[in-house]
Unconditional design. Structure first.
Ligand SMILES: Cc1ncc(COP(=O)(O)O)c(C=O)c1O
Length: 380
């Protein structure tokens, strides 16, 4: 086998149009040529985020954008509520602690969406909560948290800070309409780019808060960035080639139509879940699954890590592992970004073969057929 398949939830495959755009000759970042490209990118990002406000582009991975949201919005000792239902919920906690906030840890069983009532209860118990920090899509457990419902609670209350790293560009989360106050993502998921860019969008009231927030910041100074980015560049040297690529990826998303992009993700996710279920496997997040990736428990006694090594080394297919308490027990199959129906078919065919190889009784084609039934929807 020679062909590699990258079917993990980031980094994700890169379309040729994007790869070629990134190979363009380097230009200086304080020129009208760069400004023009940057303005185009800013418009496209506003569409994807569903906001009229600035979407700030940072040279960092998604975690840098998370950190920027925290350091620009809060002062030392402020109380925030963190929805902690996986590795990335834990990351909000770690960032909050690192910067001297007082985070309340709202633990959520891995694979379950947060209960809105539990949030309401915490808001009642702690009247001084300044913000809630949550993932839209908790990639580690492949769970979707109910952001729209949470937004109803926070409209006139604490800020709603959402990690949208496997949500922005995957599923419609209209930031302004719902009332999300800070929405962050990274380049290597639905944006179909290599890792290296972080994005942060703030609501009006969040921008107002940045003026009062006292946490130290230098590189990730969103006001400084906004001032510069409104003029068509960045406060520091932007990741010029990634911006070229971003323009191309935004063009591709616009050409497909954002609603079609969202429908494609939703369909691939449904097909993957149908296939896993048809193969007798259990889903990690059956109640509220993310459209970006599907977590699946491996059969009892089958080491998921050995299975993943086999996929990667023998079949050249990279899926993702279960993290921490899921280690060795689950795999995650991604369907995010530059992926389509036949990536799902490939993933499921490989899954069937891998399961058989590791001793499970699998009827070849059973999972693939279930996926095809869903994927056929667009062709009828
Ligand atoms: C939901 C979520 N948040 C944050 C991150 C961290 O992003 P990065 O690895 O780009 O720093 C990831 C990465 O997979 C993620 O899926």
């Amino acid at each position: 086998m020679i062909k590699q398949y990258l079917l993990a939830p980031g980094p994700t495959p890169i379309p040729n149009e994007v790869a070629l755009a990134m190979a363009e000759t380097m230009i200086h970042h304080r020129t009208p040529q760069f400004n023009k490209i940057f303005f185009e990118v800013r418009d496209g990002l506003q569409e994807v985020f569903g906001t009229k406000n600035d979407v700030i582009v940072l040279a960092s991975s998604g975690t840098g954008a998370m950190e920027a949201a925290v350091t620009n919005l809060f002062s030392p000792g402020e109380k925030v509520l963190v929805v902690n239902g996986g590795k990335f919920g834990e990351r909000w906690l770690e960032i909050g602690k690192a910067f001297g906030l007082d985070p309340i840890d709202l633990k959520v069983e891995w694979g379950k969406p947060v209960a809105v009532e539990a949030i309401e209860q915490k808001f009642k118990e702690h009247r001084d909560i300044q913000a809630i920090l949550v993932q839209a899509s908790e990639t580690s457990t492949t769970t979707w948290h109910p952001i729209e419902k949470i937004a109803k609670l926070t409209r006139n209350g604490p800020l709603l800070i959402v990690d949208g790293v496997t949500a922005v560009g995957v599923k419609k989360v209209p930031m302004d309409e719902w009332g999300v106050d800070a929405f962050v993502t990274g380049s290597q998921k639905a944006m179909m780019l290599p890792p290296g860019l972080g994005f942060v969008a703030l609501s009006e009231r969040a921008w107002a808060r940045t003026a009062k927030a006292k946490l130290p910041r230098f590189y990730f100074n969103l006001n400084l960035e906004r001032k510069n980015q409104q003029k068509g560049s960045g406060a520091f040297t932007p990741a010029v080639s990634l911006i070229f690529g971003l323009r191309a990826s935004l063009q591709l998303m616009r050409k497909e139509g954002l609603d079609n992009v969202y429908a494609r993700h939703e369909r691939m996710a449904r097909a993957t879940r149908a296939a896993a279920t048809a193969l007798g496997m259990k889903l990690l997040a059956p109640e509220s699954p993310s459209p970006a990736a599907t977590g699946i428990w491996t059969p009892p006694g089958m080491n998921a890590d050995h299975l993943l090594d086999f996929f990667r080394d023998k079949m050249l297919i990279t899926f993702a592992e279960g993290q921490d308490q899921l280690r060795g027990k689950a795999i995650r199959i991604a369907h995010v970004g530059y992926m389509g129906a036949f990536d799902v078919v490939t993933a499921i065919a490989a899954l069937e073969m891998g399961l058989r190889k590791f001793g499970a009784e699998v009827k070849f084609g059973q999972g693939v057929a279930a996926a095809e039934e869903v994927l056929m929807e667009t062709l009828r």
